[in-house]
Ligand binder design. Structure first.
Ligand code: ATP
Ligand code: MG
Length: 218
């Protein structure tokens, strides 16, 4: 078998800011191979979430190149980026984790159904993941009035559904007690060990030190 020679994520010379005067990232380069778990660390405001949005193809950098697997996403249009995202990337956002208009269940399966999975097959995985993460809320209820930790674990279930080759997680353990933080951490490490590329932004230096590498922003 020919090994996958290209890293799953390969970014070079990425420059981006929200205003012309203040670039947040200035020529940032980095890559992540399948099987690796990498932490993004750095002070609040240093651009960790911004970098995850760029790697997740949600934000287009001003300049630089970004490959996701075999796709040169800097060169494709919005539709192409959205297809790559849907097929390859699971995302846990820092806030706005869930769509409050939809049920917990629909939040978890929506990406998979968009990809073409049946609700039934996605549902089997969804229930297993919610149980694994100890989410004890009724999955038919709307995704409102949840604790931060519940929302975070539900979002992680959504991100891991269908075992995407890339998972980007923004402070995935931020709102969690020790036991749930461990559950989430274990799930992310296991997913990396099964061959996925995981990038997580975290303020937890101990967790970052357990990762294979860190990207440090300043
Ligand atoms: N939508 C936005 N519009 C304008 N500026 C923004 C926006 N989002 C972030 N910024 C700015 O970009 C910089 C980087 O923000 P970012 O959220 O990426 O930092 P972070 O490292 O994730 O911080 P934290 O640790 O607090 O989550 C900050 O100066 C922030 O104020
Ligand atoms: Mg952030």
């Amino acid at each position: 078998m020919i090994a996958n020679v290209r890293p799953l994520i390969e970014a070079a010379a990425i420059t981006f800011g929200y205003s012309r005067e203040q670039p947040v990232l200035n020529g940032w380069s980095g890559s992540v191979a399948g099987g690796e778990i990498v932490a993004i660390v750095g002070p609040s405001g240093s651009g960790k979430s911004t970098l995850l949005y760029i790697l997740g193809t949600l934000v287009r950098p001003w300049s630089g190149t970004l490959w996701i697997g075999d796709h040169d996403v800097a060169r494709v249009g919005d539709r192409g980026r959205s297809d790559v995202r849907s097929a390859a990337i699971g995302f846990v956002f820092q806030d706005a984790l869930l769509d409050p208009r939809r049920s917990v269940f629909d939040n978890v399966v929506e990406g998979a159904v968009y990809r073409g999975d049946s609700r039934a097959e996605a549902g089997v995985q969804a229930r297993a993941l919610l149980e694994r993460f100890g989410v004890d809320v009724e999955s038919s209820r709307r995704a409102t009035d949840l604790s931060g930790g519940q929302a975070q674990r539900i979002a992680l279930a959504r991100a891991l559904l269908d075992s995407p080759p890339i998972v980007l997680a923004d402070e995935p353990t931020g709102n969690l007690d020790h036991i749930n933080a461990k559950l989430v951490e274990t799930a992310l490490f296991e997913h990396a060990r099964s061959g996925a590329a995981i990038v997580m932004a975290t303020h937890d230096e101990v967790l970052a030190a357990r990762c294979d590498r860190t990207f440090r922003l300043s």
